[in-house]
Design a protein around this ligand. Structure first.
Ligand SMILES: [Fe+2]
Ligand SMILES: [Fe+2]
Length: 135
């Protein structure tokens, strides 16, 4: 069973952002599956690297749109992005040095963060973009 199930409830109504969120959901579900399978540290490292890389790409996409459309709440939104990146990079370093494992707690943290961020901050941002004519 997947950790996160995509539903219309998670859709923010901007196609590019929705597609990237779906991809992120897939990657986090993939990480969860590798964790459940008890895969070795080097595999977990690679999978987490990919999640972090794609997350960075996705945040850049949103932040570029914030600039382009002069989003008034960009500082708060970017701060949420940066906090997650800091936490994820910290985890990545601990994993690489053998000082941590990806646990169910890690997975629930990622799940909660993503769902909460999409439902609150990304929806608010998407509503703004829609009001500027982007779909
Ligand atoms: Fe965001
Ligand atoms: Fe997002």
């Amino acid at each position: 069973m997947s950790l996160i199930t995509w539903s219309d409830q998670l859709s923010v109504g901007i196609e590019e952002i929705d597609q990237q969120h779906q991809k992120l959901v897939q990657l986090i579900n993939g990480l969860h599956n590798h964790m459940l399978a008890g895969d070795a540290a080097d595999i977990m490292n690679k999978v987490l690297d990919r999640v972090i890389e794609y997350t960075g790409f996705h945040f850049k996409t949103e932040e570029q749109l914030m600039l382009e459309y002069d989003y008034p709440d960009s500082a708060t939104h970017k701060h949420e992005h940066n906090k997650l990146v800091d936490t994820a990079v910290d985890l990545q370093q601990k994993l690489k040095s053998g000082n941590a494992h990806i646990t169910m707690e890690t997975m629930h943290f990622l799940q909660d963060w993503l769902q909460h961020h999409i439902l609150e901050s990304d929806k608010k941002f998407a509503k703004y973009l829609s009001s500027k004519g982007l779909h």
